[in-house]
Design a protein around this ligand. Structure first.
Ligand code: ATP
Ligand code: MG
Length: 634
């Protein structure tokens, strides 16, 4: 067995050799001639001269050996439905969808916008697009008309695929009226709209534009649509970042590099084997859904679960019930979901046979120690593997690669630099590399970015260069905009986003560090800390906390006492300089639809500024509550 250190070193020092080997994990129609063309940095072109197809690698390739194996398991606890599709059935559905799109005029390079709930047809649509060389642009189904309209304008889709409704917590949410409104708002109009009618909410169809999937599917029932062999560098899709720090960026991904990166990650990181079941609890509207609900597991010949519903409905055991039923070996979720489960009876974890499960992977936000400990205990010490990445990279930057060499995890750390990612910690002022252990710097990646990462910002090369490659002085290097440190063993710790630093009387403090200190108080469930402009000190920290026991929230004296206690906790762990000037108690924190804290919005409200683009916000009431406290409480 090679050591991980050697494996990693080769991926950087013998880059082309290393990635030529990984390229053999997928099928090529024409093998690549060049492995990496980095003659025009920071634009990397992977596998030039090669032609391939994502859908072929995810579906057709498996027909020879596993046509009758389950490919897709769709489970909805919203509508109480469960359907499985073998690779052969998936192949047929995707061809029906592909034929339908072609009949609507979609061809290679055209965009198709997918605005759908978590139903199997959404996966068919994605695969149908890549099959014919069209680009999909999946927009999270929870977005309303305004955000949808801006994305329609940006992607200029020929066709939009949607549905009558989604469902959340047992209540249907009509999609069609939101879509109609978005199309009205958008300067660009799609030529056709393809609608899946789930029979949940009546739809008014616009003649000539709107078509029903059931009808089209029937028409194209026996369609045979061959895969379009596209250049490795042909874009496969665009996808927007979560919008946590500002205006979402349209990430453009290639075809060949992405397929190789995913295939390699399934082997070296997730250790998923053909025939096994992969369960990612994400949504197809996010990057995790693209890489690890649809493409990664299918490329690896695994069965993948697509789940529509909440983690606690019908009860907090539903995910574990699915693990038992489908013998899930690899599971992928987010800390925010685990925190939801943590509020439920822990007995749900021991109620089911979870012996098939090898590891639980978590990503998307910092994994706090209490959450990690809780789930680790609940899963009887099975590995809980934190992994750090971004929509931009498409697959993990930091984690443990146990498929290469068994590696221990450390609480609070997503792990080491993943092969292919030349990760550096840089001084944000000078751009100097920090090489001593435990020095805090910006997590950066030296070019070229490995296969699978973003090629550019959709239709905006300048924004790609200016946003990502120009923030570190004197260096052309990709910035993640996250702070990190690396310990003496090469394990990284993410300390928060670079714009989440506050400067109190000349002291630079990470909001995340203050939050962690406050979480040490036994009655604090969750907390957000932001820096607020202050005439005297430059900035002061303000904290908004959710209580575990909120029974005394209306008791002003009790809350004042609690505020004092929280301040003492911060004094004790970080020193008085980090003490928040105010601690306010709220019932919820404003988050993105993907569960990330919207600190910039809280900060703007505290400073009396316009909070900006809030299209990705889950619950506007949470921000209103903070607004009320800031104005009333002073
Ligand atoms: P935007 O870029 O539009 O502001 P976003 O950064 O939240 O939105 P994503 O690409 O979904 O959009 O999230 C990536 C970010 O999430 C990372 O840069 C990091 O801040 C955070 N993150 C992801 N995984 C982890 C992790 N395991 N530990 C700590 N932070 C993480
Ligand atoms: Mg980001």
């Amino acid at each position: 067995m090679t050591s991980y250190a050697d494996f990693y070193r080769r991926s950087i020092e013998q880059r082309d050799e290393f990635w030529a080997e990984q390229a053999q994990l997928i099928d090529w129609h024409t093998p690549p001639q060049t492995i990496c063309n980095y003659s025009n940095p920071p634009f990397a072109k992977w596998y030039e001269g090669g032609t391939t197809n994502l859908c072929h690698n995810a579906v057709d390739r498996h027909l020879k050996d596993r046509a009758n194996q389950t490919a897709l398991i769709w489970v909805s606890t919203e509508t109480d439905q469960e359907t499985t599709y073998t690779f052969r059935e998936l192949h047929a559905e995707v061809q029906r969808m592909a034929a339908t799109l072609i009949s609507m005029g979609v061809g290679k390079g055209d965009r198709v916008l997918i605005y759908m709930p978590m139903i199997a047809e959404a996966a068919f649509a994605m695969l149908a697009c890549t099959r014919i060389g069209a680009l999909h642009s999946v927009v999270f189904g929870g977005f309303a008309s305004g955000s949808l309209a801006t994305r329609i304008e940006d992607a200029e889709p020929k066709v939009i695929v949607s549905a009558d409704a989604g469902s959340r917590g047992g209540k249907s949410v009509a999609y069609k009226p939101l879509l109609d409104e978005a199309i009205k708002l958008s300067k660009h109009k799609p030529g056709a709209v393809l609608l899946v009618d789930r029979g949940m909410v009546p739809m008014i169809l616009e003649a000539g534009r709107d078509h029903l999937w059931a009808t089209e599917r029937e028409k194209n029932f026996n369609a045979q649509v061959p895969c379009e062999w596209v250049d490795a560098t042909h874009p496969s899709y665009t996808l927007y970042t979560s919008g946590t720090t500002g205006k979402p960026k349209g990430v453009q991904r290639d075809t060949g590099g992405y397929a190789v990166a995913l295939a390699a990650s399934m082997k070296h990181i997730f250790e998923g084997k053909p025939g096994e079941t992969y369960f990612s609890t994400s949504d197809i509207g996010w990057v995790v859904g693209h890489s690890y609900i649809v493409y990664g597991p299918l490329i690896a010949g695994m069965s993948t679960i697509m789940y529509e519903g909440l983690p606690i409905r019908p009860d907090g055991g539903i995910w574990w019930q699915l693990v038992e039923k489908y013998k899930v070996t690899v599971m992928f979720s987010a800390p925010t979901a685990v925190r939801v489960l943590k509020k439920q009876d822990p007995a749900y974890l021991s109620k089911y046979d979870l012996s098939s499960l090898r590891a639980l992977y978590l990503a998307g936000e910092p994994l706090d120690e209490p959450t990690a400990q809780w789930i680790s205990q609940g899963l009887n010490g099975k590995p809980i593997i934190d992994n750090y990445w971004q929509t931009e990279t498409g697959w993990p930057i930091l984690t443990v690669c146990s498929g290469v060499e068994p590696m221990a995890t450390k609480f609070g750390s997503p792990g080491k630099a993943v092969y292919g990612f030349n990760v550096k910690l840089l001084d944000d002022q000078t751009g100097e590399e920090l090489t001593e252990p435990n020095q805090k710097g910006v997590v950066a990646i030296e070019g070229p970015l490995p296969p699978g990462c973003m090629q550019t910002v959709w239709r905006d090369d300048a924004r790609f260069v200016n946003t990502y490659w120009s923030s570190v002085p004197n260096k052309l290097v990709y910035s993640t905009f996250d702070w990190g440190i690396k310990d003496k063993d090469g394990y990284y710790f993410i300390l928060g986003r670079t714009d989440d630093v506050i400067n109190v009387a000349g002291h630079r403090l990470g909001t995340r560090e203050i939050e962690e200190a406050i979480s040490g108080h036994p009655n604090i469930a969750e907390v957000a800390v932001v820096g607020v402009a202050d005439n005297l000190k430059g900035q002061v920290a303000m904290a908004f906390a959710v209580l575990k026991d909120a029974s005394q929230m209306d008791d002003h004296a009790a809350m004042l006492k609690l505020e004092g206690e929280v301040m003492k906790v911060v004094d004790a762990s970080l020193g008085a300089v980090a003490r928040p000037s105010r601690v306010r108690f709220v019932t919820a924190l404003p988050k993105t639809r993907s569960g990330k804290l919207l600190r910039r919005a809280v900060q703007a409200v505290c400073e009396g500024r316009d909070p900006g683009d809030l299209t990705t916000m889950e619950d506007p009431a949470a921000l209103q509550q903070i607004k009320g406290l800031v104005v009333v409480g002073g």
